[in-house]
Design a protein around this ligand. Structure first.
Ligand SMILES: NC(=O)c1ccc[n+]([C@@H]2O[C@H](COP(=O)([O-])OP(=O)(O)OC[C@H]3O[C@@H](n4cnc5c(N)ncnc54)[C@H](OP(=O)(O)O)[C@@H]3O)[C@@H](O)[C@H]2O)c1
Length: 260
């Protein structure tokens, strides 16, 4: 039987129903982990669960709106009742938020993005940590973004939440390191997920008066490696940071952006 390095591990992936989160869920499951997905879209979440189960793995979807504290509490309570613990927490869910100058940004949008991209990560970590501490093992992996380095205008809320996420990663890592728990962040450059291909790429291309294909070629050429990051690359990195062998890597922000 093939060696499965994540056998017996319980992995919770937020936003595991699409894009990078989907790839992470499938990768961890292929390595033997039981997968728990927190997200809102039931159809997409259950599709990933079915994909995993068809491949012989185990997965469960919990409909959870990460803007709602009650949803988070209820879902974590159900998970602890069923599995007893979470070994690996991948805080992947996020939104891009309002794209425009700070002066035009509606305040509801500010509160929303903070809740999803940052506060839910804080709260989920707080709720799963007691069991990790008890067990003397845990991996928290936060999906950040290279946005923290670039601080591109017209996306202040996204940039701020990802910068805050990195700070949470570093601070928390120091608080829990002595319990066998590591906390790291992964900061990808542009990843051509379905969402980016459908909604972001055409807009960027239109602004420049070029086709989406030309835009993609330009973005690729702009990296040092001449290669955009793929969902699979991020999933592989999650696997590496979640593995036992990475027990002495903590408080790191690992950029995966082709040198950008
Ligand atoms: N794609 C890129 O170029 C890129 C680059 C750098 C960093 N990242 C980061 O990578 C991560 C994944 O992004 P992606 O590109 O894969 O995006 P995506 O496909 O849009 O995935 C985001 C996920 O977040 C979930 N989500 C959003 N709001 C939620 C809420 N209120 N409650 C629960 N779940 C919620 C969504 O699930 P539901 O809709 O089902 O709720 C969705 O599955 C994010 O942290 C993003 O910032 C992406």
């Amino acid at each position: 039987m093939a060696y499965k390095p994540m056998q017996d591990k319980i992995a919770l992936v937020t936003g595991g129903g699409s894009g990078i989160g989907r790839a992470i869920s499938i990768k961890l499951s292929d390595a033997g982990a039981e997968i728990i997905i927190f997200a809102r879209n039931e159809e997409r979440g259950r599709d990933v669960v079915a994909h995993i189960e068809n491949g012989g793995g185990n997965a469960c979807f919990y409909r959870t709106d990460l803007t709602r504290e009650k949803d988070i509490e209820q879902s974590v309570k159900q998970v602890i009742a069923k599995y007893g613990r979470v070994d690996i927490l991948v805080n992947n869910a996020a939104i891009s938020g309002y794209m425009g100058p700070v002066v035009d940004t509606p305040m509801e949008e500010v509160y929303d993005i903070f809740k999803i991209n940052l506060i839910s990560v804080f709260y989920l970590s707080k709720l799963v940590l007691p069991r990790m501490i008890e067990n003397g093992f845990g991996r928290i992996i936060n999906i950040s973004s290279i946005a923290y380095r670039k601080n591109t205008p017209n996306s202040a809320t996204y940039n701020i939440t990802k910068t805050g996420l990195n700070s949470l990663t570093k601070t928390l890592s120091k608080e829990v390191a002595s319990f066998g728990i590591t906390v790291n962040a992964i900061a990808p450059g542009l990843v051509l997920t379905e969402r980016i291909i459908k909604s972001r790429l055409p807009g960027l291309a239109e602004k420049k008066g070029i086709t989406p294909e030309e835009m993609m070629a330009e973005l690729t050429a702009g990296t040092d490696t001449k290669k955009l990051t793929e969902e699979e690359d991020v999933a592989e990195l999650v696997m590496f940071l979640a593995a036992n062998v990475s027990g002495n890597i903590t408080g790191e922000i690992v950029n995966i952006s082709g040198g950008l």
